[in-house]
Design a protein around this ligand. Structure first.
Ligand code: FAD
Ligand code: NAG
Length: 532
């Protein structure tokens, strides 16, 4: 059964969707409105309508070993956290290796996607595209929406009374490219997400003074964790995830707060989150605490009101002579080419089964990829989504009933609010490893620990105590990759290689973190023993 699939967008999600379609023997066509691949990760000096826009200095907040696709490790000499140009280079090598470019129609915009009249029986779609000013309609068997969700800026101007009087300059963070032109200015950054913190830090090196306004506060984490390893390799192990799942919620939250305060006391720095026991996404920023310590950045509370030149805050304080306001207030979801009845955006949220499938369709021939904000890297997540979707399209996997899917959406939402809170920016949050495993289970690619432990204890130990990287999902099942075992065992080499730029005489000692792990394991064994 030949299945023609339309992939909308050639960012990361689109590229991996293309590869998964090809792996499953489907016939994909990708439509990309711009002239090149990469989406968000292709930096440009100018802001383009309808495409994500990043600043020149963006560096990944997820490490290379945790961000690569499952059968395509990043080159050994790539640094662990990548400048956007380097990440784009990886995507280019990826696209070339798997010969993806020939399936992409560039400078082609998808205007709308509609069900065919005989949808109930065929499950087909009419896709209206525009290229070189010409419109055209093409029929497809299935749709993968990969159009991204960092496009439509969200500026809540109504919450800023007096903004119309303000004489300075103000703009959304998506307009920000580099610190040139901001020398000597007094700048206020609104919001405290990853972009807000990056921009505040960068500007604070040139500006006279930077203020950062936050109502909620946030935890700040360093990219560097135990023994200098990337944070996500330590945080996202199955062992740690298991602990977070089995220990009582209140203890986990308390431990997280302790952990976060180990680097610096968030209360002293004015950053402590309003509800410190929510597992709200932390900001990853290595410079922010030191910038606060230098006084180059000052933390303020919510803005109450603006005058021509000054900003008045909720706590009654005022900062005069503000020249620039940067709204790092996030994005709104929007799918201009989709009908509301298909994917309805409400309160910046969509009701999709496992963040992918509209639950009410008669045929499972439509899915969104990458519409998610995991606590880990989005790339392996989008990959597993695409692996599952393509198997659903082929009829090798099937979805449950509409009712079951609706129930799942409601339950998942309740759990999310409990873990991460109600905040706007947290609407797509999920628990990283749990979600990956869930998707892998659907396609039969989740490793079975008990049998693996008996067959290959060394590998099993790495899987359980080591970082939960994407190679783990290529060990068994469809799409198995021979290189997966080796990629897992040689991971440390690829982490250290880019750092080994000066030869040293080697010495060998047992790292403290290893001993801590052994002690942790002992504690768990003891705890389990006494419970029984
Ligand atoms: C500053 C910043 C830093 C980030 N850092 C990380 C990180 O370190 N790690 C991580 O995992 N995630 C990170 N993210 C999350 C980010 O969303 C993902 O990394 C990823 O780039 C999303 O890819 P995408 O393909 O889904 O969307 P995009 O990259 O936005 O690509 C969408 C593509 O679709 C095209 N398109 C849109 N509409 C149409 C249409 N109608 N017709 C045709 N084409 C269309 C666009 O032109 C674009 O090329 C970051 C996000 C931001 C904003
Ligand atoms: C990395 O930064 C982007 C942009 O702010 C954010 O969407 C994403 O959730 C961050 N990832 C992690 C793991 O913090």
């Amino acid at each position: 059964m030949a299945k023609k699939v339309a992939v909308i967008g050639a960012g990361v999600s689109g590229l991996i969707s293309l590869k998964c379609c090809l792996d499953e023997g489907l016939e994909p066509t990708c439509f990309e409105r711009t002239e090149d691949i990469g989406g968000l990760w292709r930096f440009k000096e100018t802001v383009e309508d309808g495409r994500a826009s990043i600043y020149q200095s963006v560096i990944t907040n997820t490490s290379k070993e945790m961000s690569c696709f499952s059968d395509f490790p990043m080159p050994e000499d790539f640094p662990n956290f990548l400048h956007n140009s380097k990440l784009l280079e990886y995507f280019r090598i990826f696209a070339k290796t798997f010969d993806l470019l020939k399936y992409i129609q560039f400078q082609t915009t998808v205007l709308s996607v509609k069900k065919c009249p005989d949808f109930a029986s065929s499950g087909q779609w009419e896709v209206y595209i525009q290229s070189n000013g010409k419109e055209q309609q093409v029929v497809f068997d299935a749709i993968m929406v990969c159009s991204g969700h960092h496009i439509q800026p969200h500026i809540p101007l109504k919450s800023f009374p007096g903004i119309e009087k303000f004489k300075g300059q103000y703009f959304h963070s998506r307009q920000y490219k580099d610190p040139a032109g901001f020398e000597g200015k007094r700048i206020l950054v609104i919001g405290i997400g990853n972009s807000a913190s990056d921009i505040a830090c960068e500007l604070s090196k040139k500006a006279a003074q930077v203020f950062i306004s936050t109502r909620q506060g946030t935890w700040v984490m360093s990219r560097i964790s135990e023994d200098g390893y990337p944070w996500d390799m330590v945080f996202h192990t199955r062992f740690n995830s298991m602990l977070r799942n089995v220990l009582p919620r209140t203890i986990v939250k308390w431990m997280m707060a302790q952990q976060m305060n180990r680097w610096f006391n968030h209360e002293n720095y004015g950053l402590e989150p309003q509800n410190k026991y929510l597992m709200k996404e932390p900001v990853l920023n290595d410079d922010l605490p030191s910038r606060l310590l230098y006084g180059a950045i000052k933390v303020k509370t919510r803005v109450k009101e603006l005058t021509e030149t000054a900003v008045i805050f909720e706590d009654g304080t005022m900062e005069e002579n503000i020249d620039v306001i940067v709204f790092a207030t996030g994005y709104t979801l929007s799918f201009p080419f989709l009908d509301d009845s298909l994917v309805k955006v409400e309160n910046n949220m969509v009701s999709l089964y496992k963040f992918m499938f509209p639950p009410h369709l008669k045929k499972s021939t439509f899915a969104c990829i990458g519409l998610i904000q995991p606590l880990g890297s989005i790339f392996p997540t989008a990959e597993l989504q695409a692996r599952w979707v393509t198997r659903v399209f082929k009829g090798l996997c099937s979805l449950p009933s509409e009712k079951t899917m609706m129930m799942d959406i409601i339950k998942r939402n309740e759990k999310r609010i409990d873990l991460f809170g109600e905040s706007q920016s947290q609407l797509l949050q999920t628990n990283y490893i749990d979600y990956l495993d869930e998707l892998a289970l659907e396609i039969g690619a989740k490793p079975d620990f008990i049998s693996l432990f008996l067959k290959d204890p060394k590998l099993a130990a790495k899987l359980y105590f080591g970082p939960c990287n994407s190679y783990q999902y290529r060990l068994v099942g469809p799409g198995q990759w021979e290189g997966a075992r080796n990629a897992i065992l040689t991971q440390k080499q690829r982490i250290l290689k880019p750092l080994k730029t000066r030869s040293l005489k080697s010495s060998s000692t047992i790292p403290a973190s290893f001993l801590i792990k052994i002690l942790g394991l002992l504690a768990v064994v003891l705890a389990l023993f006494f419970q029984l």
